[in-house]
Design a protein around this ligand. Structure first.
Ligand SMILES: [Zn+2]
Length: 556
């Protein structure tokens, strides 16, 4: 009796402390009808604590009200756009989805683009009509697994059609996220029109033609840049915000105010797609695609919105620049505009918003070096490759053994290497590795087989490189730089070419009013966990090659 009383008191105590401190208003959790995944290209986590005090709109709403994963990482060593988008959308690592980089080097030493975009540049359906057969169109044929978009569409049930649309300012993010079952739209840099192709539609959808006609980006004569805050505002008063010494463009877009669109150049929209006007029009396209896709009351939609302008701009100006900060402030505002539209469209509690990024960004090495972080350096790839070839010629009388560089690996002349006696081949490989490891700014180098046969713990940065190996696509000598060092083809600007925090740590926020809200999760999570989590929320099959656990803190 005495024991039973104590036991009952204990159960009562547990029941009491298990309750939230203040009773939350009772809400019914509703399944989402519209899932919007904003992928802000290159939006590193490091922007969030820095710029959060100045967010006033969509990013503020998401950070204040959503489930915020403060330690979400892309676990691959060379974090590129195609790679990150595929990992987000398929819930797998590059070693499985195969999209190891935006482009890679083929067995005959040609560079091949993930979506064939550079090989067949004019195969897209535009307002002017079809130009190509589906076989030669840009596609996700090189994604080697299925993903969330595929599973969602394939799991359409009686009375409800599941649909997927992806919009982007570059072709490959749209194609990577739409996968085989969704519909992709992106901007054509030559015409300034939004396009799709015959992989997705037999003819251009009428609404897309109407959209292009109404918005007429092709008729823009110039882009006007208006900053979100006053140019002297504290929102821009950060170190190196106006330092253009090592930028790809030596002028300030913000201070210039307007930029002409010169149709006499091969890509007149090159500057346009780096501006906030481009993401504004993209979000208008996103609205039009929802209006024209989600017509039936019971249908459900996953909408991927790939906001590419931040990345395109920051490669030139660097993450510390005023231009970059202002682009993020514009995204804050534009995302809010879209969120309000979506809530009106399907009801506030039926919208699930996700905000994340495909990778981060490294500061411009010269600027961070000048600030005192003297490990930061830019290593130019071509002279490095030349020095490697000179060394091998001097010692082994073999010319041009190193054929190519694609960040961050080298490809050697396989024909010549395999014709050599094994001892000579091994000696040359060891010589090249010794040489690379002796270079300031390079931590280590592996051959493909060495890395494949190495064993690391999952959280070790070396393992990030192993996660990215794919036979026939990865190079022969894979190089790991030291923090803040870049082996690059570009003499100015910056990139995202390493496994370090600034390049792989990204924001990840899920927000659905009444269902997924108000929590900060500090546990380290991996970005491929997202796709399976969304599959679980949407009650559809997981991407079939995804082995990752659902994200913590999601109670459904
Ligand atoms: Zn990117």
């Amino acid at each position: 009796m005495h024991y039973r009383f104590r036991h009952m008191m204990w159960l009562l105590f547990v029941a009491i402390i298990d309750q939230p401190l203040a009773a939350a208003p009772k809400t019914t959790k509703q399944p989402p009808k519209l899932v919007v995944v904003f992928i802000a290209d290159q939006c590193a986590w490091h922007y969030i604590p820095k710029l959060r005090p100045f967010f006033q709109h969509g990013l503020k709403e998401l950070l204040d009200n959503g489930i915020v994963y403060a330690n979400a990482y892309h676990p691959h060593g060379i974090p590129e756009t195609t790679t990150g988008h595929n990992s987000i959308a398929t819930g797998t690592l590059p070693k499985d989805h195969g999209a190891i980089l935006n482009q890679w080097i083929t067995a005959d030493y040609r560079k091949i683009a993930y979506d064939n975009g550079y090989i067949n540049p004019s195969t897209d359906l535009t307002y002017s009509g079809p130009k190509a057969q589906p076989a030669s169109c840009r596609s996700c044929d090189k994604t080697m697994v299925d993903g969330l978009s595929d599973q969602f569409v394939l799991n359409t049930r009686p009375g409800t059609i599941n649909k997927v649309v992806s919009v982007s300012l570059k072709s490959y993010p749209a194609i990577a996220t739409a996968q085989r079952e969704g519909k992709a739209f992106w901007i054509d840099e030559k015409s300034g029109m939004f396009v799709t192709n015959q992989r997705y539609f037999a003819t251009t959808p009428a609404w897309l033609t109407a959209f292009n006609k109404e918005h007429e980006p092709a008729n823009l004569k110039q882009v006007t840049l208006t900053t979100c805050h006053d140019q002297d505002s504290r929102a821009y008063q950060f170190i190196d915000a106006k330092n253009y010494d090592h930028a790809g463009y030596k002028f300030s877009m913000v201070q210039r105010g307007t930029m002409p669109i010169d149709r006499n150049t091969p890509t007149p929209y090159d500057l346009f797609i780096k501006t906030p006007t481009a993401s504004e029009i993209l979000l208008e396209l996103a609205k039009a695609s929802v209006d024209n896709t989600l017509k039936n009351g019971s249908d459900r939609l996953i909408l991927w919105v790939c906001l590419s302008n931040l990345d395109l701009l920051t490669h030139f100006y660097g993450p510390d620049s005023m231009e970059t900060m202002d682009t993020i402030y514009h995204l804050d505002k534009q995302i809010k505009g879209f969120m309000d539209y979506a809530k009106r469209k399907v009801g506030e509690q039926r919208c699930l918003f996700v905000f994340t990024a495909d990778h981060g960004i490294c500061p411009i090495p010269e600027l961070v070096n000048k600030r005192g972080l003297t490990i930061a350096r830019r290593i130019m790839a071509k002279p490095l490759m030349q020095a490697m070839n000179d060394l091998i010629y001097k010692k082994y009388w073999e010319r041009d053994i190193v054929k190519n560089y694609e960040p961050t690996y080298f490809v050697w002349n396989e024909q010549r290497m395999s014709a050599m006696k094994p001892e000579k081949r091994t000696a040359i490989i060891n010589e090249l590795k010794r040489f690379l490891k002796a270079q300031p700014g390079i931590k280590t180098a592996w051959t493909f087989d060495e890395l494949k046969n190495s064993t690391f713990r999952p959280e070790e940065l070396e393992n990030f490189y192993k996660n990215q190996l794919y036979e026939g696509r990865s190079g022969d000598l894979i190089v790991m730089p030291q923090p803040y060092s870049q082996i690059t083809n570009y003499p100015s600007g910056t990139s995202h070419l390493s496994p370090y925090d600034y390049d792989t740590h990204v924001p990840l926020i899920l927000y659905q009013k009444g269902s997924l809200e108000k929590k900060w999760v500090r546990t380290k999570v991996w970005m491929p966990q997202l796709a399976g989590t969304l599959a679980q929320i949407l009650d559809v099959g997981r991407p079939s090659a995804s082995i990752f656990n659902p994200l913590p803190g999601i109670e459904r």
